[in-house]
Design a protein around this ligand. Structure first.
Ligand SMILES: Cc1cc2nc3c(=O)[nH]c(=O)nc-3n(C[C@H](O)[C@H](O)[C@H](O)COP(=O)(O)OP(=O)(O)OC[C@H]3O[C@@H](n4cnc5c(N)ncnc54)[C@H](O)[C@@H]3O)c2cc1C
Length: 307
């Protein structure tokens, strides 16, 4: 059988795992990544739950995956996939700068940071409003930081920032965290962290060199303004798959629906990782999906008529 080409949309753990399995099955694999390789995990300061990788940064973990995929012959296309459509017996990925033809496609687009959607947020992105602690912690070195959110990411962000910031205020909408107990215990033990539960962010005002984040206390409706040099938003992720609706079904939140073999409704199109409807979104489940998607793609390609 002549080598077939698999196009993988994304460059995170699911995509890199797909590439490793696809290449080892004897296919050509091209990865299309619109930002930087590694996906979300590359922004995590500390990963402690990936088997055989007891403790290290997300960047170290994703770099190791990337190097493994490249050493096996993966091709990288730094571009944004705008659409995916059938073309003859194969597929065409239309990107911002080029078009890529392939025999099978794996969608591994992950998810993006959710925005607060309050006045002053968009205007101050990169100028005090950040979504990645490990990327932007230097902005608040020796200064005041606010973290908005109540899940694992928010707690991890706060722990990370507390190491270099003067003080960190963690602000949650409800009266508790929805994060792993071990992480919350670790956060509670940090002296320069203050936790404020039950407040809703309403507005971000720029004060020149600093910001004022205006919150409303849920119980009393009282308004409070907290000054800081950086506000880190960690309120979850949203998928970005609407552009593939012509070939895959999406659930009500926009996640791709795929079966246990990562097959979507279009034969030859597979989905892997955080972009698909699933219960647990972690690196270990993303790489699991990637492996299955690539092996399903291999089975699909093996059954195609020889040209
Ligand atoms: C701060 C933080 C900490 C975390 N900590 C942990 C942890 O400790 N342990 C753990 O297991 N998990 C952790 N996670 C979750 C983990 O990072 C994700 O589950 C995992 O990265 C999902 O991998 P993925 O490949 O499915 O998607 P992603 O990592 O989201 O990668 C998708 C990639 O696709 C690219 N892309 C999207 N659309 C397009 C397009 N149209 N064209 C081209 N490229 C596109 C994106 O730029 C992105 O790089 C953490 C996440 C965050 C944000």
């Amino acid at each position: 059988m002549r080598p077939r080409k698999i196009v993988v949309i994304g460059g995170g753990p699911a995509a890199l795992s797909s590439a490793i399995y696809g290449l080892r099955a004897g296919h050509k694999v091209v990865l299309v990544e619109r930002e930087s390789v590694g996906g979300q995990i590359a922004t995590s300061p500390l990963v402690e739950n990936y088997p055989a990788f007891p403790k290290g940064s997300g960047l170290e973990l994703s770099n190791a995956m990337f190097e493994q995929a490249m050493s096996l012959g993966a091709e990288m296309e730094p571009d944004e996939a705008l659409s995916l459509e059938r073309q003859g017996n194969g597929f065409l990925v239309h990107c911002q700068y080029s078009d890529i033809e392939a025999d099978a496609a794996i969608i591994a687009t992950g998810a993006k940071h959710r925005k607060l959607a309050i006045p002053g947020e968009r205007e101050n992105v990169g100028k005090g409003v950040y979504y990645c602690a490990v990327c932007d912690s230097f902005q608040v070195e020796g200064k005041r930081a606010i973290v908005i959110g109540d899940g694992n990411s928010a707690v991890q962000y706060a722990i990370y920032l507390s190491k270099t910031a003067k003080e960190v205020e963690v602000c949650t909408l409800f009266d508790r965290f929805f994060a792993e107990k071990g992480l919350v215990d670790a956060l509670n033990a940090i002296p320069n962290v203050r936790i404020r539960h039950g407040i809703a962010s309403k507005r971000i005002d720029s004060l020149g060199d600093s910001l004022s984040v205006v919150f409303e206390k849920k119980e009393t409706r009282e308004t409070i303004a907290i000054a800081c040099e950086g506000v880190f938003v960690a309120i979850g992720q949203v998928p970005d798959n609407a552009r593939f609706r012509n070939v895959v079904d999406l659930d009500e939140k926009g996640y791709v629906i795929a079966d246990e073999g990562m097959r979507t409704r279009t034969p030859g199109v597979f989905a892997a990782g955080d972009c698909r409807k699933k219960e647990v979104r972690q690196v270990v489940t993303a790489v699991n999906d990637g492996a299955i998607a690539a092996l399903s793609a291999d089975r699909y390609l093996s059954a195609l008529p020889q040209s």
